[in-house]
Ligand binder design. Structure first.
Ligand SMILES: [Zn+2]
Length: 121
């Protein structure tokens, strides 16, 4: 009977720890997503940081070591891939992000655009 009580208490401690960990992860994730800073990674390296709160409009090219290119456009506080030479064009068809928790990823060109704190390779 006593051992069973200990097992229940241990199970409760484990469950509470998991809930606390999940809440912590969610808090960091959510907090990071509310930032206006977006990082651009090419082949796992940070190549540029963009502050979307500046409300500027511009485009720039990110070219990886294999010469593959993604054209990144910042407009109306949003960042998106406007053009790319990858075969699938998933990155171009991904909606622009504005501090969203999900990143824009170009798998063939190994490009990741993500809000600061939301994700980093
Ligand atoms: Zn792509």
């Amino acid at each position: 009977m006593k051992q069973r009580t200990i097992k229940i208490i241990l199970a409760l401690i484990i469950i509470l720890t998991l809930i606390a960990a999940a809440a912590g992860v969610y808090f960091i994730y959510f907090n990071g997503a509310s930032t206006s800073k977006v990082n651009i990674y090419s082949e796992g390296r940070l190549v540029r940081s963009v502050d979307l709160s500046q409300n500027e409009s511009y485009s720039f090219d990110v070219i990886n070591s294999k010469g593959n290119k993604n054209t990144v456009t910042v407009k109306d506080g949003m960042i998106s891939v406007s053009d790319a030479d990858c075969p699938d064009k998933i990155c171009v068809n991904t909606a622009g992000i504005k501090g969203d928790p999900h990143p824009i990823i170009c798998v063939p060109n190994q490009l990741i655009i993500s809000a600061e704190g939301a994700y980093s390779p």
